[in-house]
Design a protein around this ligand. Structure first.
Ligand code: FE2
Length: 332
């Protein structure tokens, strides 16, 4: 299959208090508000090449309301749309609005709203934000905790392997790794990528009956030192670390997790490897192999079993599943 998707372009999330969320991302996490349209707040990281990477909209509960992927070309957008429809999923062509072009939108096989698009508005900094370096869309943020760009999203699905295989077979994602429980062949976590990054799409097993949930959204900093400074800045300003800083086994990124005011989980990553192998075959990890924690010495807290919106069931992590899930998923 020709390469269809290039990378993640932006995410839209719901928050019960848009202003509280937007203020947090701007004042404490160093993103910048670039637009306010019809109640939605558009934010960008200083290194995002497109106008925005995060849209916060009013919603009853924290949720992922859209994940947008840029295709490899205008032709690839047509091919990708056709392949989605051939898979039995109906979509619609829309005008993205706010500077972006025609897009194909659909709800994925596990309930996640997806936008595919080619035409995006490149960001051009106002003079006060213009960088002295030609390749930077704007100057480095002067905020100590500012991520460089949007990195990935990890969603929840009732069938981790089915989710991964659909995205591989229909849209050409590479399946990079999966985690199965030590004593069963139940897949609880998987990572996929559109490019050389270890992943730009993750999936955790969902034991609820609510489709389309999200576990976390993630941003990137260039260095481990910046990640540690971000943890420091957030702690000093009242945002606890939910997990980390630490190092993942799968992907080998440094990580930290925290919650924004809506309760939605946000991750920050740095480091990790690049993988260019076109016919990579995903290895199967087990929780005891350190998929989540490279050093195998810091268990994930139970709070990470929560995905969004809250529902009648928990989700898995790279380290496995909550005991409440075990009986239903493994014993039955
Ligand atoms: Fe992640």
């Amino acid at each position: 299959m020709e390469k269809l998707l290039s990378h993640i372009a932006h995410l839209e999330i719901a928050s019960p208090d848009v202003e509280a969320s937007a203020e947090f991302y701007e004042k404490h996490f160093g993103l910048r508000i670039v637009d306010r349209i019809d109640g939605a707040v558009y934010l960008r990281c200083w290194g995002d090449h497109y106008r925005y990477s995060l849209v916060v909209r009013e919603g009853a509960a924290p949720a992922l309301t859209r994940m947008a992927w840029r295709t490899q070309s205008a032709e690839a957008l047509e091919v990708a749309a056709a392949r989605v429809q051939e898979s039995g999923i109906e979509g619609t062509w829309v005008d993205s609005g706010n500077g972006h072009g025609r897009a194909f939108e659909f709800v994925g096989p596990f309930g996640h709203p997806v936008r595919l698009l080619w035409e995006l508005e490149r960001f051009e900094a106002e003079s006060e934000f213009a960088s002295i370096y030609p390749d930077r869309p704007e100057k480095r943020s002067s905020h100590a905790a500012a991520p460089r760009f949007l990195d990935h999203v990890t969603i929840a699905s009732t069938d981790v392997d089915g989710f991964a295989e659909w995205h591989r077979d229909v849209l050409g994602f590479r399946l990079m790794a999966r985690t199965q429980l030590d004593d069963t062949n139940v897949s609880v976590f998987s990572v996929l990528t559109t490019n050389e990054k270890s992943h730009d799409l993750g999936v955790v097993l969902d034991h609820s009956t609510t489709p389309g949930r999200v576990n976390h959204i993630a941003f990137w900093v260039d260095t481990h030192e910046e990640l540690l400074i971000t943890a420091d800045v957030l702690m000093e300003n009242g945002t606890p670390m939910e997990h980390g800083p630490g190092v993942h086994g799968i992907g080998e990124q440094q990580y930290l997790y925290f919650r924004e005011p809506s309760g939605l989980r946000v991750e920050l990553n740095s480091g990790g490897y690049r993988n260019y192998v076109p016919d990579w075959e995903a290895n199967t990890w087990t929780p005891s192999a350190g998929g989540s924690n490279f050093y195998r010495n810091a268990p994930i807290p139970d709070s990470i079993f929560q995905s969004f919106p809250a529902a009648n069931g928990l989700t898995a992590t790279e380290e496995g599943i909550h005991p409440d899930m075990y009986a239903a998923l493994v014993i039955s």
